[in-house]
Structure formats: C-alpha cells, structure tokens
Design a protein around this ligand. Structure first.
Ligand SMILES: O=P(O)(O)OC[C@H]1O[C@H](O[C@H]2O[C@H](CO)[C@@H](O)[C@H](O)[C@H]2O)[C@H](O)[C@@H](O)[C@@H]1O
Length: 227
C-alpha cells in the first residue's frame, strides 16, 4: 500500500499529517493475517515512514523504490546523492516563495506548493535547472501539489516486482492501493502479475478511511479497532 492519500489523509504540509492512532495496530494484524506479506510503498523518506508507523515493523519501500527496509532488518543508511551546492539555491527559493516547503530525501528533493500555488512554475523551473546539472540520470515527478527531482531510476513498479520475487510474496497475488500518478508504475506491474490494482478514487472514493475499514473488515476486526 501507498501511504499519503491512501492510508492517511492528505494534509496541508508533509509534516501535518495525522496518522490514525490505530493504524499501526491494524497493519500489524493485517501482517499476521497475510503471513507477513504486507508492504508500504511510498515516496516518503524511510525514517519518516518508520517513525509514523511505529511500533509496526513492516516491509517498507521508501523514496519511490530507491530504498527498501525489510521487516526485522536494520534500515539501510544511504548517502545523500544530490550535490550540497544545491541547498543554498533551494533555501533561497523557499525564502522567496512564502508557503512553499522543501523536503530533502536521500535520492531527491521535493518542492511542495500546496499553500503557494502561484509558485508552481518557478518550482518546476528551479528543479529543471538542477536536473540539467545532476550527476547521472534524473527525472522530475509531478506529485500532488509538489514536484520532485529524483536522482535514481527507481520507481514503485520495479520495487514491487522485485519484492514479489522474494518471500513471503513469491507466488502470491499482489494487491496495491494508491492514489497518485507516482503509483501508476505500481498499478501496471501488479496488473501484469495477475494482481489487483486499487486506485483510491475508484475503489474507495479517495477516502483512506474506506481502505482502512475494508482492511479491518477483511481480517475480521472491524469495530474492534477504531482505525
Ligand atoms: O507515495 P506516497 O506515500 O503517496 O507519498 C507521496 C508524497 O507524499 C507526501 O506529499 C503529499 O502528501 C502531503 C501530506 O498529505 C501533502 O502536503 C503534499 O501536498 C503531497 O504531495 C510526501 O511529503 C512526499 O515526500 C511523498 O513523495
């Protein structure tokens, strides 16, 4: 499952999300129900996901597939791969465009403009300039009210395909719920593997609560956990 807009509601800022109190418990119960085959597949930094979902110890694919942390294993400690020299230009952008927000990841940088829609074109211009200076390949993802410069070829589809080669996922039917354009490679891979893509708008009217309620019902704990 994707995280933002899928398991938790979209908020004004990345740090303003409210993780439902019972979400970690719901995911732990789901993990037991499915013999461990539960993974979070998100664009967020790994440390954020680990902390938002604690104490649930889950398989986590972070930064759109660039980082994978398997359940029970220590988190990888990757190095930041974008040049230090970019930071001063990014901070200047933030200063000049009130309401925008920067999110630094190890393999990329997101500029959020949910609270400053007028800064969208400038944000794209800056990231396009940085992309032209990027060491190696890079791409810009158009996310929800944000652009992200990603310096790895990773994507959620490839990460899901790799995970499906491993235990306890091997030989199972994948189901992937997501809400964003960055989830589309994941939907395509799941479909190609004979699985079930669950786009949030079609499957749950775009409501993370709908997905959480469905999961709780499927594993027989609806009403027990106020997820
Ligand atoms: O792959 P996901 O788990 O869906 O993560 C996608 C991005 O989600 C976050 O940004 C989005 O959610 C924010 C909080 O609701 C919202 O303020 C922002 O406008 C959205 O773009 C997260 O901050 C990014 O790092 C993720 O890539």
């Amino acid at each position: 499952m994707d995280f933002d807009g899928t398991l938790v509601d979209i908020a004004e800022r990345p740090s303003a999300i409210v993780v439902p109190r019972d979400l970690p418990a719901l995911l732990m119960r789901l993990q037991i129900f499915l013999g461990g085959a539960v993974a979070i597949v998100s664009g967020r930094p790994l440390a954020d996901l680990v902390s938002y979902l604690a104490p649930a110890d889950l398989d986590i694919i972070a930064e759109h597939g660039a980082l994978v942390r398997r359940r029970g294993k220590p988190a990888p400690e990757p190095e930041v791969i974008w040049p230090d020299s970019w930071q001063i230009r990014l901070e200047r952008f933030l200063h000049d465009h009130q309401g925008t927000e920067l999110e630094y990841k190890t393999s990329g940088i997101a500029i959020h403009f949910r609270r400053a829609a007028e800064a969208q074109d400038e944000a794209l211009r800056l990231l396009t300039t940085l992309m032209s200076e990027a060491p190696g390949g890079a791409e810009i993802l158009a996310a929800k009210m944000a652009f992200e410069l990603k310096l790895t070829p990773a994507n959620k589809g490839k990460a899901i395909a790799d995970l499906m080669e491993e235990e306890p996922y091997r030989r199972r039917i994948p189901i992937f719920a997501g809400d964003d354009v960055t989830d589309e490679p994941g939907f395509a891979v799941v479909k190609a593997l004979g699985g079930v893509p669950l786009p949030m708008d079609k499957a749950f009217q775009g409501e993370p609560r709908g997905l959480r309620d469905w999961l709780a019902t499927e594993i027989g704990i609806k009403g027990e956990a106020a997820a």
